[in-house]
Design a protein around this ligand. Sequence first.
Ligand SMILES: O=P(O)(O)OC[C@H]1O[C@H](OP(=O)(O)OP(=O)(O)O)[C@H](O)[C@@H]1O
Ligand SMILES: Nc1ncnc2[nH]cnc12
Length: 209
Amino acid sequence: SRGRKIKRRSKASSERASVGITGMGEQGTSGSEGGGSMVEAQAPAKKGDGRAADPRLQGISDAIRVVPHFPKPGIMFNDITALLLRPGVFKDAVDMFVERYRGMGIAAVAGIEARGFIFGPAIALAIGAKFIPLRKPGKLPGEVISETYTLEYGTDCLEMHVGAVEPGDRVVVVDDLVATGGTLSAAIKLLEKDTSSIMQCSHLSISTA
Ligand SMILES: O=P(O)(O)OC[C@H]1O[C@H](OP(=O)(O)OP(=O)(O)O)[C@H](O)[C@@H]1O
Ligand SMILES: Nc1ncnc2[nH]cnc12
């Protein structure tokens, strides 16, 4: 044997993630696309409630592996790496973000490290926006602003280069998932600290409920 170790974790749960592309409307404006609600697209459409479910959501949900008790007991981990192995489903997920934000005059897509870096650049390129990495501490070489936040399993910090966002830029914050919301709200605070930018927030909304 060449000594290659394969670490086996507990089996994936048969539970499926419930998925939507969830968005929050612009800060400080009214009547904007997105409607100001973090949950508008999160729940699967129920019969007769007036919302048509996008047929792509089922495929996206099926492609996300739910791993119980990772990285800690009690956490139902939504593993998007399984989705990334399926190019058609990965494309569906990116396309749904792009369809939501194309033509809205978005100047920047800010992706949250690390999983926001998986979806963010593809979305930015497709809508003709710049991509801004919101990074974990100590990774950016220029002048930064920071925001510390609480995670479902620990604390962390996000940093952004000063000047990456210009005043008045319309910015979409992209990530894969919201759990406690700590990461997303830290990203919003970071962007609010630096600029008079107008924000939308969007993520591949996943819940195991
Ligand atoms: O809503 P919250 O409770 O803040 O949790 C959501 C965040 O947690 C995950 O990232 P994580 O910090 O695990 O880092 P990673 O992307 O580097 O894996 C996920 O990608 C979100 O960014
Ligand atoms: N339940 C979860 N699954 C995947 N990533 C997460 N980050 C925080 N909570 C998570």
